[in-house]
Design a protein around this ligand. Structure first.
Ligand code: SF4
Length: 315
């Protein structure tokens, strides 16, 4: 696992003419915060830290710029042009590309699409080389929301829509990204965890059945809250406002942090999530009532046909 060296980062900060530096880390990297703060202080900077939760590249702690000259956001690649006073420090996680051999027995095509997440995107060339040696032509294409070729985000699956690919190999951890890839492309998807070496075919239909059951449950809600995030990179107010105007029992709710406790306190019978798409998909088990995606709400309102399920994406 690697972060760029301190001195290289210090040079980039100096290049911006900054003296006071704010640091922001996602949950998985927060334990490195003290170490990084100490190292940058030794390099001569005054350092402050953002202690709030951070969910992705869309979730910049811009309020720290009231106190600092520059914000260093760790662990993600930019989703749009890097804002002037923000530096992104990606975090790369290595693995041996030979592990892709574990997925070979499951692949049925000689021409596949290859996708991964930001932590492993630096290995995309090595993965393609390995597959080529095994007679498999792995295609990659560029993504939206600042994604590199072959990179998907939990809110952007464009890089999985690979022209000419007959099936997709997803290399990474967790279940949500490969599910999103399957729903976004409709193709057969094989997911490989490069650390455990486990590979399997993704079952998007089972997931869809669960979503449809939630949608049916949401029909009985007397009032529906449309959750709009005030985080700039997740804000879909206009879309929420448009859908609120089509349903008498739907109301826009602006929130910074969307939590199960807050939804319970608000007391609506169902919600629609206009913030990070992963919230409705990944966190549903934590919520007290159905939390639909905007596209699922469109099905509920009869604007979108039942058979036209579309995965929720921001990019
Ligand atoms: S919207 Fe969600 S998935 Fe997309 S970058 Fe932000 S935190 Fe990540």
């Amino acid at each position: 696992m690697s972060l760029t060296g301190y001195s290289e980062l210090a040079d980039r900060i100096r290049h911006r003419g900054a003296r006071v530096v704010a640091l922001q880390f996602p949950a998985g990297l927060k334990r490195r915060a003290a170490e990084m703060a100490g190292a940058l202080r030794k390099e001569g900077f005054e350092v402050i830290l953002s202690g709030d939760p951070c969910y992705g590249a869309c979730d910049l702690a811009l309020e720290t710029l009231d106190y600092a000259d520059v914000l260093v956001h760790f662990g993600h690649t930019p989703i749009e042009k890097e804002p002037q006073r923000v530096l992104y420090e990606p975090f790369y996680v290595d693995f041996d590309p030979e592990v892709l051999g574990r997925a070979l027995p499951l692949l049925r095509s000689q021409t596949i699409g290859l996708v991964t997440t930001a932590q492993h995107i630096h290995l995309i060339g090595n993965m393609r080389e390995f597959l080529a040696k095994k007679g498999i032509h792995a295609l990659v294409t560029g993504g939206s929301r600042g994604c590199a070729e072959g990179q998907v985000l939990g809110c952007a699956f464009s890089a999985a829509r690979v022209p000419g690919a007959e099936e997709i190999l997803f290399v990474g951890t967790g279940v949500f990204h490969p599910l999103g890839v399957q729903l976004a492309t409709g193709l057969r998807v094989v997911a490989l965890d490069p650390f455990s070496g486990e590979a399997g075919e993704v079952d998007g239909q089972r997931f869809l059945r669960k979503r449809m059951a939630l949608l049916e449950k949401a029909r009985s809600a007397e009032q529906i809250g449309l959750l709009v995030s005030t985080k700039p990179g997740q804000n879909r107010y206009r879309k929420a406002r448009d859908l609120a105007s089509r349903a008498e029992n739907a109301f826009v709710i602006l929130m910074d942090e969307i939590s199960p406790d807050e939804l319970l306190n608000l007391g609506f019978g169902a919600y629609v999530n206009f913030a990070c798409p992963r919230l409705a998909y990944d966190d549903q088990v934590r919520f007290p009532v159905p939390v639909l995606t905007p596209q699922e709400f469109e099905i509920l309102l009869g604007i979108r046909p039942f058979g036209e399920y579309q995965v929720d994406e921001l990019g």
